[in-house]
Design a protein around this ligand. Structure first.
Ligand SMILES: [Zn+2]
Length: 288
């Protein structure tokens, strides 16, 4: 209901204010409650109410701001919670990968069992193809436990199990050190994209899925319009499906630009199947 104050007989000392309402016009002894000053429930100051809210305008704005701030805090906490969930998942996966092993405590273990076998001193060396001199020492039990490929080499009557010397081809000494260290610690410093690619390739070759996934995740975050075609080729070669998807996403978003690149021309000549895959994904995404 709205009220309008009507002035009758301006200046007359005997006039009585009238208030009109939707129900008609009638003389009232005093203004209706909405027109009187009130004491703000929040700051206790007198204020002229403009609506039915029991606080002054400033306090109301202050409260609204507090609500906005709280909403923003809740959303930040939700994001943080999601980040922590991802972190916990990573740590669980790491613990699973590491299993029982500590690189320094192998004394009570027996060579017959994968999970508990390990002699105290390193009992195998790995040799990088680019370096016949510097070798990386390791424990057979760790290699067997972490890689089905090493397991097959070392458990069967292969040269490697006889000589306790494993040649690792197409790998630099530094990459080999990082690889072996990862088998013990599930930690690696991916100094650049090249290191991540080299270790992903090793993860695929020796079936160390945990390392492969780690490198793949790292590379997926680095894909952009200038390297997407290169990464698509790389990821397809090493069956890194997540990286394939990330690369395809970027390629499809930048189709017109990428088609003008020399790399695209090369891809059409060298790997037409991959170009077909790009177009299939492009159309799939357009339809969905
Ligand atoms: Zn107030």
């Amino acid at each position: 209901m709205s009220f309008t104050r009507l002035k009758i007989g301006s200046g007359s000392p005997t006039c009585t204010p009238f208030y009109s309402s939707s129900s008609g016009t009638s003389p009232l002894a005093s203004p209706p409650p909405l027109f009187r000053n009130r004491s703000c429930l929040s700051c206790q100051e007198e204020y002229r109410p403009e609506n039915t809210v029991a606080t002054c305008k400033q306090c109301l704005e202050g409260k609204n701001q507090e609500i906005e701030d709280l909403k923003s805090s809740v959303s930040t906490l939700k994001e943080r919670n999601e980040e922590l969930k991802v972190k916990v998942k990573e740590l669980e996966s790491k613990v699973k990968f590491l299993g029982w092993s500590s690189p320094v405590d192998h004394r009570s273990m027996d060579l017959e069992d994968d999970r508990y076998s390990c002699s105290y001193a390193p009992d195998v060396v790995l040799v990088a193809s680019d370096d016949g001199i510097n070798v990386v020492s390791a424990h057979k039990a760790i290699l067997i436990n972490k890689s089905p490929v090493f397991k097959a080499m070392l458990r069967n009557e292969m040269e490697e199990s006889q000589t306790s010397r494993i040649k690792i081809s197409e790998v630099s000494y530094h990459d080999l050190c990082a690889f072996v260290n990862y088998l013990y610690t599930a930690e690696v410093n991916l100094v650049d994209d090249q290191r991540a690619q080299d270790l992903l390739a090793m993860g695929e070759k020796y079936q160390v899925k945990h390392l492969k996934a780690y490198c793949e995740n790292f590379l997926s975050s680095k894909v952009n319009a200038s390297n997407a075609l290169k990464y698509l080729t790389f990821a397809t070669k090493y069956k890194a499906e997540d990286l394939v998807e990330s690369s395809l996403n970027v390629i499809i978003e930048n189709m017109n630009k990428l088609k003008l690149q020399d790399e695209y021309e090369e891809l059409v000549k060298k790997d037409p199947h991959l170009v077909i895959r790009i177009y299939e994904s492009y159309h799939e995404r357009k339809l969905s």
